[in-house]
Design a protein around this ligand. Structure first.
Ligand code: TYC
Length: 102
């Protein structure tokens, strides 16, 4: 680095406190009523997944009861959970979405 300030040296002397942020899984839950194509559309719309990947995750949730849509920092995960729940509610589907620390 070209310019080094005294404060940098002070900071470096301490143990680095730069840590990666805590990450949270966003999970979809199965239910008996939400249409499969709606779940695939949600996964594509809010998790930027291809139709193929979205279909794989939807089928995993359908068969196993729960599945991971993605892993994000806390605020991003919380936003995705709210977006999915709100969108499902708008369309009158009981689809549930939750987050869990990784
Ligand atoms: N079980 C639903 C059905 O048979 C499909 C479904 C999949 C619902 C995943 C929710 O998170 C879910 N129509």
């Amino acid at each position: 680095m070209a310019t080094r300030h005294r404060e940098d040296a002070v900071l470096e002397a301490k143990k680095s406190k730069v840590k990666p942020p805590p990450m949270f899984k966003v999970l979809l839950l199965n239910d008996d009523y939400t249409p499969m194509d709606f779940v695939v559309a949600v996964l594509q719309k809010f998790f930027a997944l291809s139709r193929e990947k979205a279909t794989q995750i939807m089928l995993k949730v359908h068969r196993e009861g729960i599945g991971v849509c993605g892993v994000y920092p806390k605020d991003v995960a919380a936003t995705k959970v709210e977006q999915v729940k709100s969108y499902a509610k708008q369309h009158q589907h009981p689809l549930q979405c939750v987050m869990e620390e990784n």
